[in-house]
Design a binder for this molecule. Structure first.
Ligand SMILES: C[S@@+](CC[C@H](N)C(=O)[O-])C[C@H]1O[C@@H](n2cnc3c(N)ncnc32)[C@H](O)[C@@H]1O
Length: 246
């Protein structure tokens, strides 16, 4: 099996969680909120916006986007299981979210269909060619439309999860091209790495103007029962980026 097929299979397996925990997700969707930094940066741009959400996963954030004023959300993910669970929930709640199976960076969609592209929380690391992904997002946005990303900081793969002291893993490099995920949910999947500078320059190179870039100490996700010293507020664990289509 190729690396690509292995990663896709890992995600298809991991997405079964959305089916197993359907009832909990349904309840979570009723009150879902974005993180405070997301609300602050992308919140003002959401009223009346048609949003595209590539690598939409469980799609719980889509309910938060609607709550902040988006008129619709179009989620794209290559896992039929994730797409099916998210669509079932949206239909049950009667909200304007639609989900489609698509293998990014190709979408097959018409150009200039969205006002906002919202994504992150473990989305960009699956793209072997981030430039192709950024160019596709540029094509799908209407002129002046915005790309917003809240992602794991590229240093995160280096943090060990020791509780007593923050440590750098000996088997990882900030400048490596990739590593294999060894933690839940997509254990065994290959994560593509790029430095923060590479991500920013790739987005700019696709035709975007950078409006906001910030690094944050809080992880967007941490496993239950883990309390790593790397999350104690002294190290970067996420970054947020807002760019406008030129
Ligand atoms: C960490 S999850 C999703 C992030 C989402 N924001 C969330 O919180 O659920 C990553 C998602 O990306 C999807 N994915 C990974 N590679 C993909 C690709 N090439 N095309 C489409 N979806 C992909 C996976 O199926 C998975 O649902």
């Amino acid at each position: 099996m190729s690396t690509h097929e292995h990663t896709r299979t890992a995600w298809e397996d991991a997405s079964q969680k959305h089916v197993r925990e359907y009832a909990e997700h349904l309840e979570m969707a009723r009150t879902a909120r974005l993180l405070p930094i997301e609300e602050q940066v992308i919140g003002p741009l959401l009223p009346g916006a048609e949003v595209l959400h590539p690598q939409s996963g469980h799609g719980l954030d889509d309910h938060a986007l609607l709550r902040l004023g988006a008129t619709s959300v179009h989620g794209l993910d290559y896992s039929p299981t994730a797409v099916g669970a998210a669509q079932r929930r949206a239909d049950e709640l009667g909200v304007p979210c639609r989900y489609q199976v698509a293998e990014l960076p190709t979408t097959g969609l018409e150009g200039e269909v969205a006002d906002v592209v919202y994504t992150g929380k473990g989305a960009l690391i699956w793209m072997a060619d981030l430039g192709a992904w950024a160019r596709e997002m540029h094509r799908l946005l209407r002129p002046g439309g915005h790309l917003f990303v809240l992602e794991a900081h590229p240093l995160v793969p280096l943090w060990a999860w020791d509780a007593d002291e923050a440590r750098v893993r000996g088997d990882r490099s900030y400048f490596a091209a990739s590593h294999v995920n060894d933690s839940f949910p997509a254990r065994g999947a290959t994560e593509h790495q790029r430095t923060l500078a590479e991500t920013v320059m790739t987005v700019r190179g696709a035709g975007f103007e950078l409006l906001h870039l910030a690094e944050h100490p809080e992880p967007f996700w941490q496993p239950d029962d883990e309390e790593a010293a790397a999350w104690d507020g002294r190290l970067p664990n996420t970054f947020s980026l807002l760019a406008r289509r030129r």
